[in-house]
Design a protein around this ligand. Structure first.
Ligand code: FPP
Length: 250
């Protein structure tokens, strides 16, 4: 990307020169270890993780991001002890209830992707309320992945596809979105971030991340700050995205 650079404009330049709105997806890992290292119960790590979510959502629209997808609970997380799962469900419900007004005031939309049939009824009601109340938000679309498995979404899409003559990526991608995200199309992921020091995708947005740029942080999720997000986005902007073609720079 080429743009006129004036010395005093550095902060502006690094924050705002990516013209296309883009999609950031985050695997928020490390809550449990963050808490354990402090002698706290794992659930304290999840509560601290919610505070990180709040801080980042406040800062992220100014960074040019139009869609943010957060992996809050995977379909494999049901294997965790019942008290941790229960605490996470309560935390998520409380978050959705308390944030609705902030989302509306800031012209932001909140929706949930993933299965709903195994979630507590009260949480499902809260999801529906927030989705309805924030549906017209345009400044940022925050998608929370709950009871989400990308492989299940792909499998379901394959079943839906059946035996069509000429399957296309576009059509199949729509079926993948539909499988776990209602009717809304799931945009391609531009930047995929994982905190907590692990370097894996853990069944998150596998189809949508075919050409995602990957960024791994050693920080535990509660310690991940807006400056870390900014650093990942600055690096993302510097990367030469070729999509299998040839470099723009060359
Ligand atoms: C992974 O850390 C984190 C989760 C399974 C839950 C993520 C949930 C939140 C941050 C809270 C709520 C989210 C929203 C959108 C309000 P881990 O427990 O696997 O950590 P560990 O690897 O250190 O054990």
């Amino acid at each position: 990307m080429f743009s006129l650079f004036l010395p005093g404009d550095f902060a502006m330049q690094s924050d705002c020169d990516y013209k296309e709105p883009f999609h950031v997806a985050i695997i928020m890992d490390g809550n449990g270890r963050w808490a354990t290292r402090r002698g706290l119960p794992r659930t304290a790590g999840h509560s601290a993780g919610v505070a990180t979510v709040r801080r980042l959502i406040e800062a992220i629209p100014a960074m040019g991001v139009s869609t943010l997808t957060l992996f809050a609970f995977s379909s494999d997380n049901w294997r965790r002890p019942a008290d941790e799962v229960g605490a996470l469900m309560v935390l998520l419900r409380t978050y959705l209830r308390s944030e609705a007004r902030r989302f509306i005031e800031n012209d932001m939309r909140l929706s949930v992707i993933g299965r709903r049939d195994r979630l507590p009824a009260g949480l499902v009601r809260q999801i529906e309320e927030v989705e309805h109340a924030t549906a017209s938000g345009r400044r940022l679309h925050v998608r929370v992945a709950l009871d989400y498995s990308s492989r299940d979404a792909i499998l379901q899409a394959a079943v839906q596809l059946g035996s069509v003559d000429k399957p296309s990526r576009e059509h199949f991608g729509k079926l993948v979105s539909k499988a776990r995200e209602g009717d809304a199309a799931s945009p391609e992921v531009d930047l995929l971030i994982r905190t907590g020091g692990e370097k894996r995708l853990s069944d998150f947005l596998l189809w949508e991340s075919a050409y995602a740029e990957l960024w791994f942080s050693e920080k535990m999720w509660p310690d991940f700050g807006t400056e870390d997000l900014q650093a990942s986005i600055a690096e993302f902007r510097r990367r030469d995205r070729r999509f299998g073609g040839l470099s723009n720079v060359a």
